[in-house]
Design a protein around this ligand. Structure first.
Ligand SMILES: Cc1ncc(COP(=O)(O)O)c(C=O)c1O
Length: 454
C-alpha cells in the first residue's frame, strides 16, 4: 500500500475544522501542518477528506503500537466497561499494581525498583524532580543544553532546546545548572569534533569548572538527561559521556536520571535506551509510547531511591484503570516486536544513506531502532541548514508522508514500531520525490562533493 492523496490537503472538510480551531483554540499550539485526522490504522492515517498518509512520526513518537492497535483498543474497551476511575493514589486495582510490577521488571541490572504512575511525561519529570530532591535533601539539579523535558514549571526549568518554551514564564524553578551535551558528530559550539569530545563528554565541564568554581557537588541532587536527545535533534551521545556521568554521580552521591519519555518503550529496539549504552541510571522517566496514545507516564526508580513517604506525592488520574490496561496491552505488543524494530531501523538507516548519496542536502544520519534523525545541511558548506527542514515537512505532507522536525535542522523518523520494510520503502520513495523537488527549487543538485565523513 502507498500513501494516497485524493484531494490536495487541506481539503474542504479539513479547512472547516481548521477555521473553527483557529477561532477557539489556544494560540500557543504549534500545529505543524494542516493535517486533520479522521482515523488511523497501524502506520496509516486517514484525513477527513479521504487522503491516506504514511505516518513516520507516530504523533510525536507516541503511537508505538500503531494507530488503534486492536489489542490495545480491546483492552481499553474491557477496562472502560468495568470502571473508569477510583484513584490509584488512594485505592488499589489489579492493572495498576500489574503495570508497576511490569515496569519495575525491566532493566534488571538496576536492581529492585518501585514505580509511580503519572498522566504524562512532564508530570513524571515534575515527580522525578521532587523525588531526587526529597531523597538526597540536596537542591541543585544538572540538566543538558539542548534537552527537552516537557512544559510544566519543573520541566521548562530543565529545558534548554528552544528559548520560546521558557521566555516570559519566569521565575523558573531555581537551582538548575545546564552543561553541554556530547555531540559525537558536530559540536553545537562549532568546535572541531576532537575538541568537543574533550570539552563535553569527559565530565570536564562539571569537574574542572562547576564543581570547582560554582557548586559543591555535595549539594547536587541529580543529573537529568535524555540518553538520546529527542526534541534537541535525535542525537546519540558517545557511550563515554554516559559512563563519565555515571562515575561522577557515584563519586558524589548524585542521582542519574534518564528521561526516556521519547527513547523508551521499544523505540530504539530495546525497551529502554539505557540498555544500548549499558550505563544504568538511578531513575527512569517514561511516557509517550507507554500507552499507545493513552495518557500515562511513569517514574521508575531504584527501590533505595524511591524513599518518599506516604502522602508526599500523588496524582488523581495518574495510572487510571483505562490507561493502565492500554499500557499493559502496549507492552505485550511491543516486547516481541523489539527484534523487528532493530531490523526495520537498520533498513531505514540504509535507505536514508542511499538517499544521502543522491541529495547533498542530507548531512549526518544517525540513530538506532526507529529513532532516526537526518540532519539537513548547506550542500556547499556542510553547515546545518534549518531552512530546508520546514519546507520538506510541508512538501512531504502534500505527498502523503507525515514527518516531523526536531532540533534546528533535523528531520526525525519515528514511525509506529509496527512498521515493516515495505512501509519504510514506501515512505522513502515519497521522501525521495520530495527531495528532488527541494533540490530543484533551490538549485541544490550537484553542489559540492559529498563529504566522505558524513
Ligand atoms: C524527552 C521528553 N521528555 C518529556 C516530554 C514531555 O512529555 P509530555 O508531552 O507527555 O508532557 C517529552 C515530550 O515531547 C519528551 O520528548
Amino acid at each position: 500500500m502507498n500513501p494516497e492523496i485524493k484531494v490536495a490537503p487541506p481539503g474542504p472538510k479539513a479547512k472547516a475544522i481548521i477555521e473553527q480551531d483557529k477561532r477557539y483554540s489556544s494560540p500557543s499550539y504549534i500545529k505543524e501542518y494542516p493535517l486533520v485526522v479522521d482515523r488511523g490504522e497501524g502506520p496509516w492515517i486517514f484525513d477527513v477528506d479521504g487522503n491516506r498518509y504514511l505516518d513516520f512520526m507516530a504523533g510525536i513518537a507516541v503511537a508505538s503500537t500503531g494507530h488503534s492497535h486492536p489489542k490495545v483498543v480491546q483492552a481499553i474497551k474491557d477496562a472502560a466497561d468495568k470502571f473508569l476511575h477510583i484513584c490509584g493514589t488512594d485505592f488499589y486495582y489489579d492493572t495498576f499494581s500489574k503495570l508497576c510490577e511490569k515496569l519495575a521488571g525491566y532493566l534488571p541490572s538496576m536492581g529492585p525498583k518501585k514505580v509511580f504512575l503519572t498522566n504524562s511525561g512532564t508530570e513524571a519529570i515534575e515527580g522525578a524532580l521532587k523525588l531526587v530532591r526529597h531523597h538526597t535533601r540536596r537542591q541543585y539539579i544538572i540538566a543538558m543544553k539542548g534537552g527537552f523535558h516537557g512544559r510544566s514549571y519543573g520541566a521548562i526549568s530543565l529545558n534548554s532546546s528552544k528559548v520560546g518554551q521558557r521566555a516570559f514564564f519566569g521565575p523558573l524553578v531555581p537551582g538548575v545548572i545546564h552543561i553541554p551535551y556530547a555531540y559525537p558528530y558536530r559540536c553545537p559550539m562549532q568546535k572541531k569534533q576532537a575538541e568537543c569530545m574533550s570539552a563535553c563528554s569527559c565530565g570536564t565541564v562539571l569537574e574542572k569548572d562547576w564543581f570547582l568554581n560554582h557548586v559543591d557537588p555535595r549539594e547536587v541532587a541529580a543529573i537529568f538527561l535524555e540518553p538520546i536527545l529527542g526534541e534537541g535533534g535525535y542525537v546519540m551521545p558517545p557511550v563515554k559521556f554516559l559512563q563519565d556521568l555515571r562515575r561522577i554521580c557515584d563519586e558524589h552521591g548524585i542521582l542519574l536520571v534518564y528521561d526516556e519519555v521519547q527513547s523508551g518503550i521499544g523505540r530504539t529496539g530495546e525497551m529502554f535506551a539505557a540498555s544500548i549504552f549499558d550505563v544504568m541510571p538511578d531513575v527512569i522517566v517514561s511516557a509517550k509510547g507507554l500507552g499507545s496514545g493513552m495518557p500515562i507516564g511513569a517514574i521508575i526508580a531504584k527501590e533505595k531511591v524511591m524513599t518518599w513517604p506516604r502522602g508526599s506525592h500523588g496524582s488523581t488520574y495518574g495510572g487510571n484503570p483505562v490507561c493502565c490496561a492500554a499500557a499493559l496491552a502496549t507492552l505485550e505488543v511491543i516486547e516481541p516486536l523489539l527484534p523487528q524494530v532493530k531490523r526495520v531501523g537498520e533498513h531505514m538507516l540504509a535507505g536514508l544513506r542511499a538517499l544521502q548519496k543522491q541529495h547533498k542536502v542530507i548531512g549526518d544520519i544517525r540513530g538506532t531502532g526507529l529513532m532516526i534523525g537526518a540532519e539537513f545541511v548547506d550542500p556547499k558548506t556542510r553547515e546545518p541548514a534549518g531552512q530546508y527542514v520546514g519546507e520538506l515537512e510541508q512538501l512531504a505532507f502534500t505527498k502523503g508522508l507525515l514527518l516531523l522536525s526536531c532540533g534546528k535542522s533535523t528531520i526525525r523518523f519515528a514511525p509506529p514500531l509496527v512498521v515493516t520494510e515495505e512501509h519504510v520503502d514506501a515512505g522513502l520513495k515519497v521522501l525521495d520525490a520530495c527531495l528532488d523537488e527541494l533540490d530543484e527549487r533551490h538549485g541544490l543538485k550537484g553542489s559540492a562533493p559529498l563529504d566522505e565523513k558524513l
